[in-house]
Design a protein around this ligand. Structure first.
Ligand code: NAI
Length: 248
């Protein structure tokens, strides 16, 4: 198995894209530390893994990625328990949409905190160990919004564009230590995050997608698994759209 004996951290792993990523990395042999603030969702994800014959491959950890001290304690704990971290998938993210003219400071700050500052803090903490191991795969969840902009998402698009600039810088700083850093930029993916959108809007969006459908969490997980594997060792600093051709 491609990820046998590897230790992976996936944030936002309780549902949606993060859960699909955790499951696929576990199926490929990794032990996945599934970090999320949703305890119920984590328990359900662990149950699903068990049902698929992956008992013990998904290790749930409660973590609020906006809590800097908790992140450092979490990484210390993972290192004590597992001795190394090969893969970091920064997937946790939120939206708080609204038009620019009405957007509150708090609405902007929260999205930056969850989607961008957490990526900085987790990557900083994990990179210290990856550098020593001279190996690492970092995959950050961006979005087509961060590449194209999207009305109503000034906060979200700014956070995801920030993730892209951050990823490229990490790739340049850590490349000489055998660590790659890439971003995946999903288009519209069918998850609880997008299920709340009105049907009319969703139908409208599909017209602009060459593949004429929303993506699935599994579509995104496949790209993340590749960028998390040794096979992607000569790819770094890239942004891989998984968007049915929306952004081309
Ligand atoms: P989701 O809302 O279904 O799942 C997000 C997960 O992150 C949840 O389990 C939630 O509990 C967790 N989370 C949120 N805030 C957290 C915090 N402070 N600490 C720890 N965990 C936290 O979202 P989805 O759709 O699975 O999105 C995953 C990633 O993909 C996000 O970064 C999102 O921005 C990105 N994305 C999603 C797209 C979509 O169409 N669904 C499109 C482009 C990007």
């Amino acid at each position: 198995m491609v990820l046998a004996n590897q230790i992976a951290i996936v944030t936002g792993a309780a549902r949606g894209i993060g859960q699909a990523i955790s499951m696929l990395l576990a199926e490929q042999g990794a032990t996945v530390i599934a970090a999320d603030m949703n305890a119920e969702g984590l328990t359900a994800a662990v149950g699903e893994a068990k049902a698929k014959g992956l008992a013990g491959k998904i290790v749930p950890k409660l973590l609020n990625v906006t809590d800097g001290a908790a992140i450092d304690a979490f990484i210390d704990e993972v290192m004590k328990e597992f001795g190394k971290i090969d893969i970091l998938v920064n997937n946790a993210g939120i939206t708080r949409d609204g038009l620019l003219m009405n957007m509150e400071d708090e609405q902007f700050d929260l999205v930056i905190d969850v989607n961008l500052r957490s990526v900085f803090r987790l990557t900083r903490a994990v990179s210290r160990y990856m550098v020593r191991a001279r190996y690492g795969r970092i995959v950050n969840m961006a979005s087509v919004s961060g590449m194209m902009g999207n009305p109503g998402q000034a906060n979200y698009a700014a956070s995801k564009a920030g993730v892209i600039g951050f990823t490229k810088t990490v790739a340049k700083e850590l490349g000489k230590r055998g660590i790659t850093a890439n971003a995946v930029a999903p288009g519209f993916i069918d998850t609880p995050m997008t299920q709340v959108l009105p049907d009319k809007l969703k139908d409208g969006i599909k017209q602009f997608v060459p593949l004429q459908r929303f993506g699935t969490p599994a579509d995104v997980a496949a790209a993340v698994a590749f960028l998390s594997s040794p096979a992607s060792g000569y790819i770094t600093g890239q942004v891989l759209p998984v968007d049915g051709g929306l952004n081309m």
